[in-house]
Design a binder for this molecule. Structure first.
Ligand SMILES: [Zn+2]
Length: 342
């Protein structure tokens, strides 16, 4: 069902088993207390937690293989409650085989992004708020390039969200000295073709990303910016010269994730529908590349207002609403869904 959490909640006479799907809670079933106690004990045993201890909160983890989803990582936490022990399980899928064209309501934008990934060197940036699916998109694009073009791909992430077979993944570990900057330097000594850096957070990392993409590497990274043009201003704040970007920047992608309108239920789907509708969220993507990107950079360099016109997140959003893929928000949230018209 694409649930992110599963809860076993003890009540006076029975226990409630519920799941969280797209932020909402759905009750699955009620089971007798004796049954839920056994269930919780069983999970605690699997997660190497102390079965005898029921009065203190405990944490544990299980790796599990599901025939449909592949490997999943389960993070367990117990909480002693008034009636009995409660258990919450966070479900973290480790494998996501969604092809990049299935991530977007308008897949042709991602086809263009993919073509940039075939370049031997340069910098490709992804902007968007947390939870807009930047990492999912980067994984899915990298996976696709790996299938047809064998290249040494090394990632630096905080934390590693999904494990990939053909990619060398390094996790940030600040106490051990693996920061974004130090990790990046180490990766460069490891003969990579493609480097994915979880996030460009500061000037030093930004400079290194530029230098790496000037010296024969393809660098992918994310940046905290509202949209593609915001990304350029952010790099400018980091002290990156437009001239350097002109030589390295292949493109900037900006994105938002939306819940798809259910053709059957209207606003709130039943659990029955949730179980059958696998893909419930999709993204819209804005890409700034090629001559348009050069023109925007010229305007920033000349400190002129940006007057270049290209399809933006807001345009795609309205198109998706018009095509009935997603619902328009009830209130006016023009800034929330991406783009302020200037
Ligand atoms: Zn539905």
């Amino acid at each position: 069902m694409g649930a992110t959490d599963l809860h076993i909640v003890p009540q006076r006479r029975s226990s409630l088993i519920q799941v969280r799907i797209n932020q909402r809670l759905y009750p699955l079933e009620e089971v007798p207390l004796i049954y839920s106690e056994r269930l919780i004990s069983h999970f605690k045993f699997l997660a190497a937690m102390d079965i005898g201890e029921k009065r203190k909160p405990q944490n544990g983890a299980i790796h599990h293989y599901l025939p449909v989803n592949g490997n999943v990582h389960l993070r367990l936490s117990t909480l002693p409650s008034a009636y009995n022990e409660a258990l919450a399980i966070r479900i973290l899928p480790q494998e996501d085989n969604t092809h990049y064209t299935n991530l977007s309501i308008f897949p042709n934008v991602l086809e263009q992004v993919y073509s940039l990934l075939l370049r031997p060197q340069g910098l490709l940036l992804f902007a968007g708020p947390t939870g807009s699916g930047k990492t999912t998109l980067m994984y899915s694009l990298l996976k696709e390039t790996q299938l047809y073009k064998k290249r040494q791909v090394i990632t630096l992430e905080d934390p590693i969200e999904k494990k990939m077979d053909t990619v060398l993944q390094i996790e940030i570990n600040e106490p051990a000295g693996v920061t974004y900057l130090e990790g990046f330097k180490s990766i460069l000594r490891h003969d990579p073709d493609v480097i994915m850096i979880g996030e460009i957070r500061d000037e030093a990392t930004a400079q290194l990303a530029i230098r790496a993409s000037l010296t024969g590497h393809l660098v992918l990274s994310t940046l905290h910016a509202k949209n593609t043009i915001g990304c350029l201003y952010r790099l400018n704040e980091f002290g990156i010269h437009i001239e350097d970007l002109r030589q390295t920047l292949l493109g900037i992608v900006s994105q938002r994730l939306y819940e798809l309108k259910c053709p059957h239920c209207g606003n709130a789907c039943s659990l029955f529908c949730m179980m059958r509708r696998q893909q419930r969220r999709m993204g819209v993507y804005e890409l700034l590349n090629g001559q348009l990107l050069q023109n925007v950079m010229n305007m920033i360099q000349a400190k002129k207002p940006i007057t270049v016109s290209f399809p933006k997140l807001d345009d795609y959003f309205h198109r998706a609403v018009a095509m009935d893929y997603i619902s328009a928000p009830f209130s006016d949230t023009s800034t929330e869904h991406g783009y302020e018209k200037t």
